[in-house]
Design a protein. Structure first.
Length: 256
């Protein structure tokens, strides 16, 4: 069995370290999304349910993967033909979903534009147009999610093909391949969580307001501590002056 070179070991540790840092970041973003989406009343109930389920799934899947890796110590490298077939089916299904969300978004956009052009005093139905506009926003919101899910499934198919065709012969090569594809999956999971905020203007403004309030509180605490520090320095200086005067008085009395 060939031993890995120093460069391969460095790459493996780099992949695992980056994945670990990104997982912490993804968990933080997922918890932030849960806090923002769970308390808001600005989203459509269906979209709110989808986004909350998505964030909860990211949190639980991350912990499950970490727990399984801890138990197996990354020794479960075997991929069967059934795993390959199911991954291909999942990738095909996610690609169909990705195309469907594009078609739904374009259809509702064209429908909304046609309703605006045909609007008049007689056929002005604001409720119907509002629903169509909400469908457009929902499609725009879910577009990056479906794209990242498709890319994640596609990456897993490539991983299954590499393992089942025995492209990697040595164990350290398999470990490196797994580390690379796990890193890709983690990055895509982070992209899904970030897109929840960046692709919805109301949520984006709410997060910006929350972060601004947080940094303002930190700044105000620092400003409040500054006068206190100055006051302590002045009191310390006055105390030293009083002590000096006291010792001078004692010295004069002693000399007498």
């Amino acid at each position: 069995m060939a031993s890995p070179s120093g460069t391969v070991v460095l790459f493996a540790y780099t992949f695992f370290s980056i994945e670990f840092v990104i997982n912490i970041f993804v968990l933080a973003i997922a918890c932030l999304n849960l806090a923002i989406i769970g308390t808001t009343k600005l989203l459509h109930p269906n979209l709110k349910c989808i986004l909350i389920t998505q964030s909860v799934a990211v949190v639980f899947i991350t912990f499950i993967i970490a727990f399984v890796n801890m138990l197996t110590y990354y020794y479960s490298w075997r991929i069967t033909q059934f795993n390959l077939l199911t991954s291909i089916f999942s990738t095909t299904l996610s690609f169909v979903e990705f195309l469907a969300i594009i078609i739904i978004g374009r259809y509702n956009r064209l429908k909304y534009n046609s309703q605006i052009e045909e609007a008049s005093a007689n056929n002005y139905h604001i409720g119907q147009r509002y629903q169509v506009l909400e469908n457009v926003k929902t499609a725009k919101q879910l577009f990056p999610t479906f794209l990242c899910i498709f890319l994640s499934n596609l990456a897993f198919v490539i991983l299954c093909i590499i393992i089942t065709t025995n492209v990697a012969k040595e164990e350290y090569q398999i470990v490196l391949i797994y580390a690379f594809f796990f890193l890709i999956g983690t990055i895509l999971a982070g992209a899904i969580e970030i897109s929840v905020i960046t692709h919805h203007p109301l949520l984006k403004r709410r997060v910006a307001r929350l972060l601004k309030r947080f940094f303002y509180l930190r700044r105000s605490i620092q400003i409040d501590e500054t006068p206190h520090s100055v006051e302590l320095a002045i009191n310390r200086r006055d105390g030293m002056n009083e002590a000096t005067e006291h010792f001078k008085t004692l010295q004069k009395l002693w000399n007498k």
